[in-house]
Design a protein around this ligand. Structure first.
Ligand SMILES: [Zn+2]
Length: 164
């Protein structure tokens, strides 16, 4: 069922009460996220190869967004091109996320949802959403539009291609 622009807007508006995601108080160092094992050290969240003696546990901002189901980015993939190239398009989206997430733990896909009118992808960060939009546009052309909100802490990306 298409939720329409209103549901989406409500979700984005709520962000203002959730400054915890990026601007909240910094956790002590090192802190490990119990959900994804990212480590906060040197003022940032990062993936670490070695085991860390982190006595502090706090959810990282990305896992907090996932737990709250409060995405920073929403991407809509629309048009008949998607219907004819589903697996390929979803593959590109997942690969793009992997590259971004590998460098930046806070930039992840929350959910990829197939809907009547196409695909809705929600993300924990604005950069991965923008990067996915750019990748779709670069690979398949079509029409790409994005709108930032809430002092660039949220983004709405729409990509449409109607021929097949
Ligand atoms: Zn986490």
């Amino acid at each position: 069922m298409y939720k329409g622009v209103y549901g989406r807007k409500d979700r984005l508006v709520q962000q203002k009460r959730h400054d915890v995601y990026r601007n909240g108080r910094k956790p002590p160092e090192p802190t490990i996220c119990p959900d994804c094992s990212a480590v906060f050290s040197g003022g940032r969240w990062a993936w670490v190869d070695d085991a860390v003696d982190a006595v502090n546990e706090t959810r990282c901002p990305a896992c907090q967004r996932i737990a709250d189901n409060l995405p920073a980015g929403i991407i809509e993939v629309l048009g008949s091109f998607f219907d004819d190239h589903r697996e390929e398009v979803i593959g590109l989206i997942k690969n793009t996320e992997s590259l971004e997430k590998g460098e930046h733990p806070l930039e992840r896909i929350i959910r990829i949802e197939e809907q009547d009118h196409g695909l809705e992808i929600t993300t924990t960060g604005v950069h991965v959403a923008r990067r996915i939009g750019d990748a779709l546009s670069r690979s398949y052309h079509g029409d790409l539009a994005f709108t930032y909100g809430d002092a660039e802490k949220t983004i709405q990306v729409t990509w449409v291609r109607n021929d097949s």
